[in-house]
Design a protein. Structure first.
Lengths: 321, 321
């Protein structure tokens, strides 16, 4: 890797430029002026070659896109708007400069779509496998962050979009068979829900939010634990990705929704009185939201109600784990 | 690595808690309220096993300390105060949970000294070698960040502390010989200069600042390039670490100061009229500052004046490179 030549090329990629940025890339640190009356929201998440992706299932540009996407999704899950990002990359010998540039271009594509500015980073060499760690910094109206702990008894549990598509895409990519396009996109370039999250944050309603990175079961547990409540999901209401049932059979399809993960949909709860308005907002933004359950009572845990039974759900789905 | 067990232990380490923090570790992202009238300053830097450190020369706690230190030093070099940090760690099989915990404890020791709160992070597995990437977020009075581009013709060039100690420590550690304690500390647990940087940021003076991570030559070049000036350093004025000259000989000692790097001293320029006051501030804080040169003229580059000659200095020191 010719580090300086590559950095020059990366810096020539089109980058969002916020007026609040006083110093971007090129000094010891970046400097920006936070918006008055807003809180800062920040997170970091890492993709690792061989663990979170392989070269067989993801193009360099997909890897870049997704490393930023997982973090933007976390910011959205706080009801916040992403504004800046920083990147750490560890590059092994078997990646060419052109591939690294494609990876950055994949990130910058998403960054331009989401109006997020690259303000810093660091590149090092890796002995084996690529590591891509992204820090995103966003803003939210002061006191309006939507936490996992906000769920209350009686709330509607809802989810954006549909589930299981990313797992289906990965399954087909690994099998080396033809891949359905919508599943490929769900896995490689998941759609972000920042506009919807932003509208929720502007609303006066109490909303608990989480993004679905580890599967519906695990994320429901996180809300249940943080809010000290028991959540009941309704199996027949879970929006499965188009064709998932037909392709994999019903039981496998449900398991993919519960545990496949990486759908990056938003899972939330809202008071029953505000559910209709939340649907209206979603509709305006072209987001589909589905009621998939209820916050039943004080407690801790998740159960699944299907037509004929109620089954405790572990973080790992129907399997106990 | 038992990820959840380890995360529990890490979360039990004593952590600074700022009143401005609304959400720390445990939701999708951290949330804090920025201080009114301040700019946010942020950077990320990564230590890699086998490149930036080896197990032979650094204890786990040193590695943790240093990964945070290199970033705190960058924040200080902006005249800013570090407030929060986030950590990404990629852990290979040959590290035990206890060693990882020691590493975090090393970070948290420095974090407590510097009043910096851990607010987020991510841990993944590594195929080979440990990666430790730290993002630090700090604050500075709006418009008061001290940039590399602030140098002007006539300025005094100064440096805190002394130079070459980290390189000397590394040299002795690699040689497997007894290590002088002050060089060991310079290499493994470099002292931070945040209090001095903060006092500079509170002053009304124009100051250019950079931290010495890559050696005096390289950092002088960065100021010269950013400020479009030529800097003249005075070889005899460069404060060498105690015993460096005696141990390594004069020429080698100067090269270690110029190119050894990792001293994490602050290199700066200030108008000649403010130099005395800056020295007074430093004295109050127990910081030694030394005048080591002058901003000579408009231009670009660094020259070294010694008793008998003036030599152009490259980023790589006296060697051309």
């Amino acid at each position: 890797m010719d580090e300086f030549g590559l950095i020059n090329k990366i810096q020539k990629l089109e980058n969002i430029s916020h007026s609040s940025t006083k110093v971007g890339i090129g000094d010891d640190a970046a400097v920006f002026t936070p918006t008055s009356g807003k809180d800062i929201v920040t997170c970091v998440d890492t993709l690792t070659e061989g663990v979170h992706f392989t070269r067989e299932t993801m193009e360099p540009s997909d890897i870049g896109y997704k490393a930023l996407a997982v973090n933007i999704s976390d910011i959205a899950a706080m009801g916040a708007v992403p504004v800046y990002y920083l990147v750490t990359i560890a590059v092994p010998k078997d990646w060419t400069d052109d591939e690294i540039l494609e990876l950055y271009e994949g990130m910058q594509q998403l960054a331009r779509n989401e109006n997020v500015q690259l303000i810093g980073g660091d590149s090092v060499t890796s002995k084996e496998g690529l590591y891509l760690s992204v820090t995103v910094i966003g803003e939210v109206e002061s006191g309006k962050a939507r936490l996992r702990s906000h769920a209350e008894v009686g709330d509607v549990v809802f989810v954006t979009g549909d589930l299981g598509g990313s797992a289906a895409g990965l399954h087909q990519l690994l099998a080396g068979k033809p891949v359905d396009e919508h599943w490929k996109i769900a896995h490689q370039k998941p759609r972000m829900h920042t506009a919807f999250a932003y509208e929720i944050s502007r609303s006066p309603w109490r909303v608990a939010l989480n993004d679905i990175s580890d599967g519906l079961a695990s994320e429901s547990w996180e809300i249940a634990e943080s809010s000290h409540v028991e959540i009941e999901l309704l199996e027949e209401y879970i929006p499965l990705s188009d064709g998932l049932h037909e392709h994999f059979g019903y039981q496998k399809a449900i398991e993919m929704a519960l545990t496949g993960g990486e759908d990056f949909q938003l899972l939330g709860t809202v008071a029953r009185d505000n559910w209709q308005q939340l649907q209206t907002i979603a509709k305006h933004l072209g987001e589909r939201v589905t009621m998939i359950g209820t916050v039943m009572r004080k407690g801790k845990g998740v159960v699944m109600r299907s037509q004929d039974q109620i089954t405790p759900l572990s973080r790992g789905g129907y399997k106990h784990g």
